[in-house]
Design a protein around this ligand. Sequence first.
Ligand code: 13P
Length: 250
Amino acid sequence: MRKKIVAGNWKMNNDLAETQELLSNLKMQLVKKPEAEVMVAPPFTNLHEAFKSLKDTPVIVAAQNMHQNENGAFTGEVSAKMLKSIGVETVILGHSERRAHFHETNEILAEKVNAALNNEVKVIFCFGEELKDRQSEKHFDVVAKQLKESLYHIADASWENIILAYEPVWAIGTGETASPEQAQEMHAFIRKNISEAFNENIAQEVSILYGGSVKPANASEIFAKEDVDGGLIGGASLKAVDFLEIVNAF
Ligand code: 13P
């Protein structure tokens, strides 16, 4: 059975002291073991702190990005091996903000996926259409292309280290969520697409998260959809109480 997962993408928020406060609130309010797997992704500077702080909890610490090379002259970058060495075993790749602001292409992302998998780092692979794609009814084509060009070269066995996160760009940080029906429609399409490119078993086993303005008020109805296995949460993951309400929204 595929896993339910709720992951908080903290993006470029919180200095060390603010992170310590958020971590301590999370731990304090995490009274029962959640049904879903819970992850948080702090910025690089706070990964070690988060890892130390959450060590005895079920919360998994993920990174928000990594470089595709193992080491070398890539000023400002961090490799999969470096993440592994501090205990981080999951990385978010392909977030639309990285695609838009840092020019990450499907090709570069394919290399990053390989680097992560080669280092036994799990990937939360993000993708999703822009508003103009949906308005011109190209959203299925755009998503299929993103998946094909960055992910469909992997071996069948690697799928167990992949989590998908469908994040329509028009719903990120805008307060405008995809309707539960729109999310379900796309998630079902993704599963069918994977089934055709690989097989039905892989399609059924991979967790597909929805991301884009998920809040405590709308999480339950989105998570109730058959092909939605959880969420990748931005803004609402920065408040422990809201994040945990979403974690428990299944
Ligand atoms: P928001 O939840 O703030 O819309 O962000 C979603 C997101 O980008 C998670 O990666």
